[in-house]
Design a protein around this ligand. Structure first.
Ligand code: GLN
Length: 493
């Protein structure tokens, strides 16, 4: 028999409507799944089973009265970067370890307004800086996947490490993530699940702990494309509390999933196939191209000439903004305080103990590139490159409707992989994803194949600004051809 935790959100809603089971039963099954696997995976910072059961009970009443929100009775969890009223929100940093917000982020509020049930708060790389799930103050998150004939623990990707892990291990029906340079798409690809980084401005950033404000965007991670569309529908929308929120109508994303992509023009950028690119990644990309062609799409070679400068400019702009955003954690207003002999000493001790190594590295780089004398050479130049990258896409979208690329340059790597101790190697994980944030575009990642070692490989569909509907529909069409079995090794008995 199919377990309730194996159902997609779409299937769960149907079952709830047809009274096959109740929201309380669904929620209890997810809670059992968390109890069963959390010790192994460390996906959660905080679990909130009592809140979940209270909300599920309310959802059951609503369902009985025929009042169903888009996500009525659906158990979710949130990346621990989303402020949740009266529930600890840590950004997985020691500096916010005792922070309990007095307000609710707009996106989590939107989800609650649609009937969602909260199972807890999920792990991430500290302050969303990372691609591995290994920089959290609360320890590593472990992928539910293992390579064939190997017992080694793998990273789930990051920074939305807990979100991708929890969705993959069916501990939640779906989760929220955030994506500054790939943090929704890369862990989705590593864990064989689906995630979308919406257009910058599509979802409100209000109440989400800031990393790099001109790049950060909220988005969902879910079991398949339909669930991703439904989650985005509930999360998105204009918010006057966020000055960068876009006052643009949110289309009906689930309705856009017709699977019809006849005549859709898909661009294949040659710069995303650098010499030495992993052969299996090339193969899965080719497979995706073939499948989309069979569905009637037109494949067009394109060039995005400034791609090669994207990573360098991202790793100037993101740390610059981070160093400014993280200046507020000073031991005075909230969070950790480590007393010192005077005010300066208190600042230094608090920040030295409060931030982990990767965060300190970013603050140092950011402060350096913004400092007098280096501002023009680094920060300003990176901003100019950013404009050129955006222009590359604008040119491309004169010829094509969407762009198809790999999501990551490799499958998931092992925890403790020595080569990843070099920060540059870790940053190279983001090579295919940062361009999308720099240009403010929407990007969808979905599993399309498996490596020879039995690990998921994902592709990325990049759309025009505010055209999430087209990439979701193309992803939906692709998903139907791929028929990916997303059950991770851990759950395969
Ligand atoms: N890995 C990238 C970084 O460390 C992206 C992180 C993110 O998208 N939050 O900055």
């Amino acid at each position: 028999m199919t377990k309730l935790t194996d159902l997609t959100i779409t299937q769960t809603i149907k079952g709830l409507k047809e009274k096959e089971f109740t929201a309380t039963e669904v929620t209890k099954d997810y809670i059992s799944q968390i109890e069963k696997y959390e010790d192994k995976l460390n996906a959660f910072v905080t679990t909130t089973p009592e809140i979940a059961l209270t909300q599920a009970k309310k959802a059951d009443e609503n369902i009985a009265n025929g009042k169903m929100g888009l996500l009525e009775g659906i158990p979710l969890a949130f990346k621990d970067l989303y402020c949740t009223k009266d529930i600890k929100t840590t950004a997985c940093s020691n500096i916010l370890n005792n922070f309990v917000p007095k307000y609710e982020s707009t996106v989590t509020q939107n989800l609650f307004n649609q009937g969602a049930v909260m199972l807890g708060k999920l792990q991430l790389d500290e302050f969303a800086m990372g691609a591995s799930g290994t920089t959290s103050f609360f320890g590593n998150t472990i992928s539910p996947w293992k390579a064939n004939n190997s017992d080694k623990d793998l990273v789930p990707g990051g920074s939305s490490s807990g979100s991708a892990t929890a969705v993959s291990a069916r501990m939640v029906a779906a989760a929220t993530g955030t994506d500054t340079g790939g943090s929704i798409r890369q862990p989705s690809a590593f864990c064989g699940v689906t995630g979308i980084k919406p257009t910058y401005g599509r979802c409100s950033r209000w109440g989400i702990v800031a990393y790099a404000s001109s790049l950060d965007q909220a988005g969902p991670i879910a079991k398949d494309v339909s669930d991703t569309a439904l989650m985005l529908q509930a999360m998105a929308g204009f918010d006057e509390k966020d000055s960068t929120s876009a006052n643009i109508k949110v289309p009906n994303f689930p309705k856009a999933l017709t699977g019809d992509i006849k005549g859709l023009k898909i661009g294949i950028p040659k710069e995303y196939r650098p010499d030495g690119l992993n052969k299996e990644i090339c193969d899965v990309w080719d497979k995706g191209i073939e499948m989309l062609k069979e569905k009637g799409a037109e494949i067009i070679d394109i060039s995005l000439p400034h791609t090669k400068y994207a990573l360098a400019s991202y790793y100037i702009i993101a740390p610059a903004e981070a160093s400014a955003n993280l200046a507020r954690y000073d031991g005075v207003k909230y969070g950790l305080r480590v007393d010192g002999k005077d005010l300066d000493d208190m600042y230094m001790k608090t920040r030295a103990q409060g931030f982990g190594e990767e965060v300190r590295r970013r603050v140092m780089i950011g402060t350096y590139v913004l400092s007098a004398g280096y501002y023009d050479a680094y920060y300003l130049k990176a901003q100019k490159v950013r404009a050129l990258i955006k222009k590359d896409f604008e040119e491309a979208y004169k010829k094509v409707d969407i762009v198809l690329t790999p999501a990551t340059p490799t499958p998931a790597f092992e925890i403790g992989d020595k080569s990843m101790e070099d920060p540059i190697n870790m940053w190279l994980n983001d090579i295919f994803t940062v361009t999308v944030n720099l240009a403010g575009l929407p990007g969808l990642s979905l599993p399309v194949g498996m490596s020879s070692t039995g690990l998921p490989l994902g592709l990325q569909l990049i759309g025009r600004p505010f055209d999430e509907a087209t990439i979701l529909n193309a992803g939906y069409a692709l998903e139907q051809s791929v028929k990916f079995d997303n059950k991770p090794t851990l759950l395969r008995g």
